[in-house]
Ligand binder design. Structure first.
Ligand code: AMP
Length: 635
């Protein structure tokens, strides 16, 4: 019989017990899980010694859900029930999902699209959770215990909705999320760059289907994402396609001058869809072989029992893909320009993604930056490894001296809509998270008992140029005169960049709050553009803001004067009243235009023209307050 150790209440079973924490790279094509063991980070493998788990989920006939390579093998035979690249749909509405060319049938659902499968409508969160469950099981088997938590990586350009969806998927998989971490930040951590001095890090991430560039700024242990760029339709797959096109031309299956060899071979019937698939698989193998050797043979049997067999030298491969490589450098150049830095300002350059193994890509990056990029960590694993290192720290498994903790920042400012469609920024962009900020607001109208709160995200001055995140109402404000209520609005962003907003009227304590489940529907490019536009529109925005502020002031004064006239018009003589009325009319008229100075003058004129009226009203209010009271009762 085994003897079980029983720990005494209040005593920890082992003084230095490690908490099992992992890093998860939940990728579009492949996912990985990594952990720090004996002080070294490593990617965890399955029982077949495979580290990469294809991010594919298949819903089978027998209610069986399969994930990974087995599921990927069914993608062609059963496309509707085999979900690939689900990451593209996380936190997205139906319009976004339809922009991707896929075989799926979508169902519109509040918040996020659903994918129709034989097992019912599945949200991208549920599909992702199946991938995460497999990774969790793998981690628990390898590490021999229950997981304490995980750091999960997300692209730097993921918005709140996509981040929230990722967290929900983890929760559904029974994983406690210690932190969501930006993928480029994770790669920089893997190289230990967070321990370094201040400076810029450029992360060059060329995967199978997408290309991302991020510029990070490290300052006092905090990574800030300064700029992101990329091309969501450029990756290793395009290099494979070039090899297939080359093979079709070389074998004479299509004319050498044909601009679209694959399309024309398919439509002419000289190439079947199965042949194309076989050639694409062989092209990928040949491409990968050319990263290690200078010559390979492209060899592929075709369905009509013939075969294509062609020698392919690295030089030739480089020549037929040179324009793809230069496209990556063009994107890098543009992203550095957005970040307002030169190639020489980049302290380190980090390579991520399997396709960065291609020697021509590495050479192009090295020549652009004037020095080789960091590449000694496997570019497929570097993100998971960085996440594992971060998870290890967050779980409290620090060694002596490891007292630093990486913080992340919010990518776009968070604020509120104020009168006139203006944005009041409450949490500025690049604030380190977690963060809490509050600001006081007041009512605009006498007796106002409700306040509509509109939470927005973005850098621009006008609400219409920012992204709407949430709307809610604070009701039950005690009626007071305009400007008397004090409403404190607090923003709280947790460690994962998720926001909750609370509004509280200070005298009565009435409260309302919202956890931001943002309205969906912004594409990655649009998010990047929002940042870009805020730089280029700064001066136009300032003018627009000045105009709106003046308009709001005009409205406020107009309203206040009108309600004063309603109550105390008898304090004015006929002719005085006529003057005030004409000043009001002038204000109303200029308010309709866009001449900020003219509105300001009309506001000033009305303010001056009603000074005597205001002082008479004051006298009346005081004498009312004092009526019937003796001098010793007045405090
Ligand atoms: P990822 O999405 O990061 O897993 O990258 C996958 C892409 O990297 C695919 O296009 C692969 O063909 C490519 N890749 C993987 N290994 C190599 C290699 N040794 N040489 C060139 N490309 C590679």
């Amino acid at each position: 019989m085994a003897l079980l150790q029983i720990s005494e209440p209040g005593m920890s079973p082992e003084p230095h017990q490690r908490r099992l924490a992992v890093g998860i790279d939940l990728g579009t094509t492949n996912s990985l899980v990594a952990a720090v063991r004996s002080s070294l980070p490593e990617v965890l493998e399955d029982e077949h010694r495979h580290a990469l788990l294809p991010s594919v989920v298949a819903y089978g006939n027998d209610e069986r859900i399969t994930v990974g390579a087995e599921a990927a093998a069914r993608a062609i035979a059963d496309p509707h029930n085999t979900i690939v690249s689900v990451k593209r749909f996380m936190g997205r509405g139906i319009d976004d999902a339809r922009r991707h060319r896929t075989a799926y049938r979508f169902t519109d659902a509040p918040g996020m699209v659903r994918i129709q499968t034989r097992a019912g409508d599945k949200s991208p969160v549920e599909v992702s959770s199946e991938i995460l469950k497999v990774l969790r099981r793998r981690a628990e088997m390898s590490l021999g215990g229950e997981l304490y938590g995980a750091v999960i990586t997300v692209p730097a350009y993921f918005d709140d909705a996509q981040r929230q969806a990722t967290k929900d998927a983890a929760r559904l998989a029974g994983i406690e999320v210690l932190r969501l971490l930006n993928e480029p930040t994770a790669a920089a951590i893997a190289y230990g760059l967070d321990n370094g001095t201040e400076g810029r890090v450029v992360v060059f991430d060329l995967g199978g289907g997408t290309f991302d560039v991020s510029v990070l700024h490290l300052s006092r242990g905090v990574f800030e994402v300064v700029a992101t760029g990329g091309d969501s339709a450029l990756g290793g797959d395009d290099f494979d396609r070039r090899i297939v096109e080359w093979a079709l031309r070389e074998t004479g299956l299509v004319q050498a001058a044909e601009p679209d060899p694959i399309g024309s071979a398919l439509s002419a019937g000289s190439l079947s869809a199965a042949d194309l698939r076989a050639m694409t698989v062989e092209a990928r193998r040949a491409k990968e072989a050319l990263s290690d050797s200078t010559l390979t043979t492209f060899s592929c049997p075709l369905s009509d029992s013939s075969a294509v067999r062609l020698p392919l030298a690295r030089e030739r491969f480089d020549a037929i893909t040179a324009d793809l490589v230069s496209r990556t450098i063009t994107v890098v150049r543009r992203t550095l320009r957005d970040a307002r830095i030169d190639a020489t300002d980049a302290g380190s350059v980090v390579l991520v993604g399997g396709a960065t193994r291609m020697p021509a890509t590495r050479a192009a990056v090295a020549s652009f930056f004037g020095r080789p990029a960091l590449s000694n960590i496997d570019p497929d694993r570097v993100v998971a490894i960085g996440a594992a290192m971060q998870a290890n720290l967050l779980a409290g498994n620090r060694r002596e001296g490891d007292d630093w903790l990486l913080l992340d920042v919010i990518p776009l400012s968070l604020g509120l809509e104020t009168m006139g469609g203006l944005v009041e920024k409450i949490v500025p962009r690049n604030s380190t998270i977690p963060v809490a900020r509050a600001q006081e607001f007041t009512t605009f109208r006498d007796g106002q008992t409700a306040l509509a709160i509109h939470v927005v995200q973005g850098e621009r001055e006008l609400v219409s140029d920012c992204r709407s995140l949430a709307r809610f109402e604070l009701r039950g404000i005690p009626p007071m005169s305009a400007g008397a209520a004090r409403i404190r609005v607090s923003f709280q962003v947790d460690a994962d960049g998720l926001l909750s907003v609370t509004a509280c009227e200070q005298s009565s304590g009435v409260k309302a709050s919202v956890a931001v489940r943002p309205s969906y529907g912004l594409s990655d490019d649009e998010i990047a553009n929002m940042l870009q536009q805020s730089f280029s529109s700064a001066s136009a925005d300032r003018d627009a803001r000045a105009l709106r502020e003046q308009q709001v002031e005009a409205d406020r004064l107009y309203e206040a004067t009108r309600s004063a006239l309603d109550v105390d018009a008898d304090l004015l003589t006929e002719s005085e009243r006529a003057v005030v009325e004409s000043l009001l009319a002038r204000l109303r008229e200029t308010r309709l235009g866009t001449d900020t100075d003219a509105i300001r003058h009309a506001v000033d004129a009305l303010a001056r023209g009603t000074e005597h009226f205001a002082s008479r009203r004051m006298d009346r209010a005081i004498s009312k307050a004092l009526a019937g009271r003796r001098i010793d009762q007045i405090d």
